[in-house]
Write a protein of this length. Structure first.
Length: 190
């Protein structure tokens, strides 16, 4: 085996490859600030989930929790779902689960063959975790906002046209960057 087999050149970044990040920013930019839970709400949520605040674990798999995940996604199909950040829509999660779940429906994802899903990772008490999350979903109705109706058609359309213009400009920038890359590469090869 050649020593070169351990080496990988970093993948070049594409400007247009960042459009999902920009889209998420456009959605998150219109969301109201999250509502902090009081001690009673947090205690009740953790009890339903079978979790301990002193040793906080991922509601999905049981690993150490590193963040709080939106059980119901805030963004799907490049638009807000209407849900917000609040205890009725947040559960402790590990980074593996949060990243793997993404904007998927939680129960379908947990039982799926998605990379790093609890089912894929063979989490032994998976059925019990699903039951606890089902009880959590029944516990408290999350806030849902029809953002388009709240702000009106004109402001809503203006916001998404701004996103379209920005993505078009990113495509133009990608083309300029490609041209520059070719010129630089040709000069380096000369």
């Amino acid at each position: 085996m050649s020593i070169l087999s351990c080496f990988r050149m970093p993948t070049p970044v594409k400007i247009i490859g960042r459009t999902s990040t920009i889209t998420n920013s456009f959605v998150n930019g219109i969301l109201p600030p999250g509502r902090w839970p009081n001690e009673e709400e947090l205690s009740e949520a953790l009890e339903i989930l079978g979790l301990d605040a002193d040793d906080l674990r991922c509601a999905y798999c049981g690993d150490a929790a590193t963040e709080w995940d939106h059980l119901r996604p805030l963004v799907t199909r490049k638009r807000p779902t209407g849900f917000i950040s609040e205890i009725a829509n947040l559960v402790p999660a590990c980074g593996k689960c949060n990243q793997s779940k993404g904007a998927r429906e939680w129960q379908e994802w947990m039982m799926s063959s998605a990379p790093r899903s609890p089912a894929t990772r063979g989490i032994p008490d998976l059925e019990e975790r699903v039951r606890r999350l089902e009880r959590f979903v029944e516990w408290k109705r999350p806030t849902w906002v029809n953002f388009e109706k709240e702000v009106g058609d004109e402001l809503w359309e203006s916001h998404w046209k701004n996103l379209d213009r920005l993505v078009a400009l990113m495509r133009e920038c990608e083309d300029t960057a490609r041209q520059m890359r070719e010129v630089i590469s040709n000069r380096l090869q000369a």
